[in-house]
Design a protein around this ligand. Sequence first.
Ligand code: AHR
Length: 530
Amino acid sequence: MNTHKHVSKVLICTVILFFSALGLHAQNAKIKIDVDRTIGEVDRNLYSNFVEHLGRCVYGGIYEPGSPLSDQDGFRKDVLEAVKGLNVALGRYPGGNFVSNYHWLDGVGPTRMPRMELAWARLETNQFGTDEFMKFCKKTGIEPYFSVNMGTGTIEEARQWVEYCNVKEGPYFAEMRKKNGYPEPYGIKYWSLGNEMDGFWQMGALTAEDYSKKAREAAKLMRLTDPSIKLIAAGSSNYRPNADPNEWNATILKELIDVVDYIALHIYVGNPDNNYYNFLSTPLVVDQRTQIVKGMILKEMEKAHRGNRPPVYIAWDEYNVWYRARTDESMQGTRALEEHYNLEDALVIAGFLNAFIRNADIVKIANMAQLVNVIAPIFTNETDLFKQTIYYPLELFANNMFGTSLDVFVDCETYNTDEFYIGLGESTTRQKDVPYLDVSATYNDGSVVLCVVNRNKDKAIVADITSQQGDFSDVFKVYEITGPDIKATNDFGKENVSTMQKPDIKAKGKTLTYSFPPHSVTMIKGRIAR
Ligand code: AHR
């Protein structure tokens, strides 16, 4: 044996043994925050939601006239309370795929026109429409965000809806609103120009070029009716193997950059192969797609004529876990898309929210799809409701993470995934160096909030959290979402997964050390004294 090699081996072993004896072998993970290293302002609209005429989202969800649980306007009081807990910023309405066969005039005034609803195979009674949704918004403090029909609808129909909603008086549709009992205009600021128009499943689907032309003209008419509105273009939602989402996004951004204010992106992920680690890495796809579209926006912004208007931003205006209720049968009728969530889904949702915060400079809207019953955080039956597991991370973020997003440094162990489908009807991915700790942080006038997902299924991870500028001061509150079983679900009368408040941490100086439990979401909230 080579003596030199032998001596080195002995030396290395001695060093390892020495440090093991001192208890220094297992390095703590490192999280460093610097309140001067910022990414962007966290827009409150990151905590938005979505109400579509689909399954029991509207009828039997938020709206159930005649139910002993409903108020005088037909709204479920228990649902209103649960919705308020989510501090929802924007409510996207009325679809989704539904909007591509929706004619808003059917849903206003004393006579409502029942229609075959072709997106989700239901009868749409139109008992609930614009004015009812605005009542819901008023009761919950939600700001409306309307989607116009760019499928079977015309640009004039879109314009008339803006008139109905936003013009005070005079023209026909403004007067119609007044006659219907709503004298004041609603002043709806956010309008999206259709939904998923690149999807072959979309009624009236278009090519990128045809969509750009139609959206541009719709935008013109809508803005001439109310110049103050913000417009959202339908970015690609078609990441299926044969689609070219980047081509769609590049084309519509090129054509619409001086017209729109946001580009909408959608993502649904799932765990059909029951591979926990693959599934837990899916929020990284949000970071990656965001960066790609951000590059396209920056490219087009260079030559855009936008005057004083802010740059174009990204609206992730549909995101969620959705893969169980995805058979032909479970996607139709009044019980469509009733997904029952578990703990691992809640971890993925926290990962999505972390990704939005990490990209707060460019992502300014994010809507969890949807709000009640349909792939939703709130689930009802005729007599009760329960909060699904995914309710809890959204509630934590929407009530705590505001201010400036910080550029957090994270050093921890990582893993690689194999190649897998992100979700049903999605592309494949292979993620390398996925950090076990997924982190975001915000800073707001001395208050710092960190959200940490420990992706490790079996091991707690101890991390030293260091403040680079200023000392941690006083008491830090700690909130945790976890449970013994990653497949744990909630149900009527059974709350297995929820947020627990943990003992406060007394923090002093520049570092605090915390052990993040396996498969958990932890939010730590306190102050930094500068
Ligand atoms: O949220 C469910 C559906 O998913 C929406 O209607 C559509 O936009 C997307 O494909």
